[in-house]
Design a protein around this ligand. Structure first.
Ligand code: 2F8
Ligand code: CA
Length: 136
């Protein structure tokens, strides 16, 4: 099967680390076209897998407060756990520079790697899809 080409398996999901930079919204559209979403981060093990694989380059993840009256939410529908997620933000982030940082990158190769950035910036991105193909 060719469908898994370029996707890395970890803990029950496949992840795609893009080689092109896109705005956050365009990145999410590309993920959707591949039966996936920009990645959520639901555990420390998953966060470690992501920042290690990202290798210090910034990548969009699926966390945004666009279109939600300022509440952070995961675009794949996972509930955002504010308490469990505190340890993943870079110290001092999210700082909402220019009142215009509504999307999140994984920015450094550290457990504390998240930064809020303008959704209009272009970055590499990480898609995540379940192991099983979507239902027909
Ligand atoms: O110093 C942290 C700060 O760095 C940049 O702004 C200068 C980031 N901007 C982008 O990534 C576009 C800020 O989000 C970040 O808080
Ligand atoms: Ca920021």
């Amino acid at each position: 099967q060719v469908v898994s080409q370029g996707w890395k398996y970890f803990g029950g999901h496949f992840y795609y680390f893009s080689k092109i930079s896109k705005t956050w919204y365009s990145a999410q559209q590309i993920c959707i076209s591949r039966d996936s979403h920009l990645t959520s981060v639901t555990s420390e093990r998953e966060q470690e897998f992501l920042y290690r694989t990202a290798g210090g380059l910034p990548y969009w993840i699926g966390l945004t407060k666009a279109g939600s009256e300022g509440d952070w939410h995961w675009v794949d529908g996972t509930l955002y756990n504010k308490v469990q997620s505190e340890k993943f933000w870079i110290p001092g982030e999210p700082n909402n520079v220019g009142n215009n940082e509504h999307c999140v990158t994984l920015k450094t190769s550290l457990l504390r790697s998240w930064n809020d950035a303008s959704c209009d910036n272009t970055f590499l991105f990480i898609c995540k899809r379940s192991y099983k193909p979507s239902e027909p």
